[in-house]
Design a protein around this ligand. Sequence first.
Ligand code: ATP
Length: 299
Amino acid sequence: MSIARPPAQPVATAAAGQRTGTTGLAGESLVLGFGSRVVVDGVDIEIVPGRVSALVGPNGSGKSTLLRGLARLHRIDGGRVDLHGGAGEDARPAAALSAREFAQQVTLFAQSRLAPSGLSVREVVAFGRHPYRRRFAGPSEADRLAVDRALRATGVHGMAERAAGELSGGELQRVWLAACLAQETGVVLLDEPTNHLDLRYQIETLDLIRDLADDYGAAVGVVLHDLDHAARIADEVLLMQSGRILAAGAPVDVLTAEHIGAAYELRVEVDLDPRTGRLRIDPIGRHGARQHAASAAAS
Ligand SMILES: Nc1ncnc2c1ncn2[C@@H]1O[C@H](COP(=O)(O)OP(=O)(O)OP(=O)(O)O)[C@@H](O)[C@H]1O
C-alpha cells in the first residue's frame, strides 16, 4: 500500500506542504441507545484537526454506537454533536447541515460492509465522491483524481478494474477504506479499520491514519481493539466501559495496568519497550500467570 499521497480534504491545497485541516467534531454529554436501553451514557468527545483519537474498550462498551452517533447514523437521545470550522468560525450543530454538506465534512468507515455485486473496485471507490456530484453530471476531473489517490493510498490500484464481489475480506476492507478517503473530508471516523487485514496492511493502515492527521491535518477518530495499535498511533485514547468514558488522555496515562484491568477485567502488565520507546501491553491470561509463577519459582 503506497502511502505517498494520502488524500483528505481540505487537503487539495496541502500538496503545497502546509497543514490545512481545520474541521473538527465534538460530542457533548452524548446519550445514545436502542429503544429504552442506554448504551452511551453522557459521553464527551472531541475529534481535533491534526490529531488521532482512539476509542478502545471491551465488546459492547458502546464504541461503534458512539462513532455512529457522531456520524449522524444513530439517533441522539441526549446531548449534541457540533462541527467545528476554522479559526474564528462558530461551531455548528451537525444536525443543521444537509446530508450532502455533512458528507463533505465527515466520513465514517463502518464495520460489516457488504460485498457489492456487479461493480468494479474503481466504481465502489467512486461512491466516496457522491457528496460532490452534480445531478445528471458525470465524474469531474477532481473526482477522478480523488479516486485515483484513494486507490493508491490503500494499495488497491492494481485491482481497480476487478469485480469488487470477487475480493477477499481484507481486500474488500481496503476498497471501502479507499471509498472513505475519496470522500476527502476533514473529519475521518474509522470503526476497526484493521480488522481482517494481514500484518502488513494492518501496519500500513495505521501509518496511513497517522499520515492523515500529521500531513493533512485531518481530525481522526478511530475504534481499535488492539491496545498496542492504539498506543502506537493515538494522540489521545478514550477508554470506554459500559457506555461511559473510564479514562481519557495521553496513551501513557490511559493505558495503565489499573485502567485496563478495570475495563477488561483482565490482568495486564504495561511497560515501555526500551528499544522503540512505545507502550507495550502484555495481557496475563491463565497460562501467562502459570508461566510467571514458574519463572518466579525458578529464580
Ligand atoms: N441493533 C442493536 N439493537 C440492540 N442493541 C444493540 C444493537 N447494536 C448494538 N447493541 C448493543 O449496544 C451495546 C453497544 O454496542 P456497540 O456495538 O456500540 O459496542 P462496541 O463497544 O462497539 O462493541 P464491539 O467491540 O463488540 O464492536 C451492546 O450492548 C450491544 O449489544
